[in-house]
Design a protein around this ligand. Structure first.
Ligand code: WT7
Length: 650
């Protein structure tokens, strides 16, 4: 058996069980097995019913799903507009005054945006984009802080059939340029700056650097947020508020093909080049609308939902913008960090807006644990009725802490497993139905077919295995932009007829699924996916570095931490900090190694392959097993000695 699976098998499992309260069950939108049964009997029929009931169509589809492995098309022939579904239909139904966003800036300034406001703003900005030459089928890049304009920009693109590609504001200008170039975007939407940790971080200068390297960009739109001084290039750069003020307030929502490209979102794979994951219109919207409604048991009349993700990640796309707005939800949107001005900021926001549903990441929960229970205890969190987790496996201790100190001991927890590629939640409890176990994402949702397989692709019904998906689902990726060969190989090449997610998992005696992390060269740092190869490429792009090997080592707070082993070019010396900053410049601060070890030699097999598994063992302080295939064992002894005496940097 593969090393990963052996490690998986060695883990033990939680026996505690938590059923939802009788009150929660009786109020829940679904509280029995009926959705599971319906989907089991008729997979496509089940999804078709969701599409009919949750989405407004301009023209009906002729085929629910066309499946030609590995390509799926959903609701073929159907026509709809995503921005109409997220905005117009709520306003037309008389809910224009309903709050869509309670936005809170980090300094404490606030904005209340209703559905009517959002619709007007989106129409104006859609017209402004058209005036800048954006047409259906074009790509538009978005590089913004967490401001309402991020949602406006995404919806404006959707309204006119341009695909957006949002790049997280923490990425460097180089990373932004790479993504713009791959997508060949015409327009870039950015801001002067945003607030973070009590200061304005400038975005426009990064955007300018990127545009120098990105010849496809014709126009740059700049949202004023930081009020920091930024140079504007005449003819190319436009203030958002100027072009919106001049724009026609009416822009009809044009019906789009169900399979029209809605967005690209870049994510890390096992090579140095990020993948532009493609998501389309009808299937994606159905999937996120359905999961938002049932996983979060969303009640449009009374719930206030808060997802703490950034719009730069898939969680922000699916559960801040499309899923909640399609359901007419009222949400909280927060710009800044969780510890400004103090460690209780999140809890003060929940209390202030009386949030009822809270969705965050395990790494955040573990950080809150470190800050202490006195922080949430300062606030009344009794408005909460459901809490969720996403991004990485949640350890039972963090789960229990979350339930007790945030959920008041009564809120169900939905631990939701999914990926950028799946578009929406795939494995999760249904909160009014499922008895949860701390640390388990429990079962595939109705309409999702997941199975574990062994090394040879054989079905595993108990114990450890590789997580695969066996039936197409509406929100699934439609491919990798510009590289369909890679799409086939990465996701469909490993196990015949199955989508391979890249995760290991285990099925316990009761059939519960326990997600156990990635089994490939992809790290998960604070819930963000970073490829080891990408960080290695960044390191070797520094003139003093000859060779680099990067591993993800277990870390109590961030899940995994990036540890790099570096060999310098003959006679050269360089500071660890210089290399860490170099990685930040190449990729972004999130990819900075936590520690860098310099070594005259990397441990390699006799055929020259770097032994990463061994380096991971060293980084995690484990005793080394068999090193007989190693070309030079003294290299490892030396690394181990130094790992033991060097404290890792924070
Ligand atoms: C990878 C996907 C899904 C939005 C955020 C991350 C890991 C995600 C869980 C969970 C265990 C999880 C997996 C997956 N992951 N959620 N509830 N339990 N692991 O999106 O960047 O596409 O990363 O995150 O390893 O493959 P992403």
């Amino acid at each position: 058996m593969d090393d990963h699976l052996q490690a998986i098998d060695a883990l033990s499992y939680e026996m505690r069980k938590f059923p939802p309260s009788a009150q929660f069950v009786s109020d829940a939108s679904t509280n029995d097995q009926s959705l599971y049964q319906e989907a089991q009997l008729d997979h496509e029929g089940f999804w078709a019913r969701q599409a009919r009931e949750l989405i407004s169509w301009d023209a009906p589809w002729t085929t629910v799903c066309e499946w030609d492995l590995p390509y799926a098309e959903w609701f073929v022939g159907g026509k709809l507009n995503v921005s109409f579904n997220c905005l117009d239909r709520h306003v037309l139904a008389g809910r224009g005054d309903k709050v869509a966003l309670y936005w809170e800036g980090e300094p404490g300034d606030t904005r209340v945006v209703t559905y009517a406001d959002l619709l007007t703003e989106v129409q104006k900005f859609a017209n402004a984009l058209k005036k800048l030459g954006v047409e259906k089928g074009d790509r538009v890049n978005i590089y913004l802080p967490m401001v309402p304009e991020a949602a406006v920009a995404m919806l404006a693109c959707a309204r006119i059939g341009a695909a957006h590609s949002v790049v997280f504001g923490g990425f460097s200008s180089q990373a932004l340029a790479d993504r713009i170039n791959d997508a060949e975007a015409k327009v870039l939407i950015t801001a002067d700056g945003g607030w973070r940790r009590g200061e304005v971080f400038p975005l426009k200068p990064q955007a300018d650097e990127a545009v120098k390297m990105a010849p496809s960009i014709e126009h740059v739109v700049v949202v004023k947020r930081g009020n920091n001084e930024v140079p504007m290039i005449n003819g190319r750069d436009h203030w958002y508020h100027d072009i919106v003020a001049e724009a026609d307030p009416v822009c009809a929502a044009e019906p789009m093909d169900s399979e029209q490209l809605l967005f690209l979102l870049y994510t890390s794979g096992t090579t140095g080049k990020p993948k532009g994951i493609m998501h389309t219109t009808g299937g994606y919207l159905t999937h996120v609308a359905y999961t938002f409604k049932f996983v979060f048991d969303h009640k449009p009349e009374s719930d206030i939902f808060w997802c703490t993700a950034d719009v730069g990640w898939i969680t922000g796309h699916s559960y801040i913008v499309y899923g909640p707005l399609a359901n007419g939800a009222t949400q909280v949107m927060y710009e800044g960090v969780p510890n400004f001005p103090a460690n209780d900021r999140m809890w003060s926001i929940i209390e202030k807006y009386k949030a009822t549903i809270f969705y965050t990441a395990p790494t955040a929960i573990r950080t809150f644990m470190k800050w202490g229970t006195q922080e949430p205890a300062k606030h009344d969190l009794s408005s909460l009725r459901l809490i969720g987790s996403v991004g990485e496996p949640i350890n039972p201790e963090a789960w229990m802490w979350y339930q007790e100190h945030i959920g008041g001991g009564t809120c169900p927890i939905v631990d939701t497993w999914w990926q950028t590629e799946t578009g929406g939640i795939m494995i999760s409890p249904l909160p009014g139905v499922t008895v949860t176990k701390p640390g388990s994402a429990t079962f595939p949702l109705p309409g999702v077919a997941a199975e574990l397989v062994d090394e040879e692709g054989g079905h595993v019904s108990k114990g450890g295995g590789y997580l695969t998906l066996t039936k197409p689902w509406p929100g699934m990726l439609r491919g990798i932009w510009g590289d369909q060969q890679r799409y086939r190989e990465t996701y469909w090449g490993r196990f015949k007829g199955r989508y391979f997610a890249g995760d290991g998992a285990k099925l316990d005696d009761d059939g519960y699924l326990w997600l156990l992390g990635r089994v490939d060269d992809v790290m998960n740092v604070s819930g963000h996916r970073i490829s080891t190869t990408e960080v290695e490429s960044a390191l070797v792009s520094h003139p003093s570095v000859a060779e680099a090997a990067v591993v993800g080592a277990n870390d109590a707070t961030t899940g995994q931490a990036i540890i790099a082993y570096v060999t310098l070019r003959g006679g050269l010396e360089v500071d660890e900090k210089v290399l860490r900053d170099h990685v930040a410049t190449e990729i972004g601060a999130i990819a900075k190694p936590k520690a860098i070890f310099f070594t005259p030699e990397l441990p390699k097999t006799r055929s020259g392959k770097i032994m990463r598994r061994l380096l991971r063992d060293v980084a995690e302080g484990r005793n080394l097993g068999d090193t007989t295939t190693l070309a030079d064992a003294s290299v490892v002894n030396e690394l181990q000695r130094r790992a033991a005496e060097t404290p890792a940097e924070d």
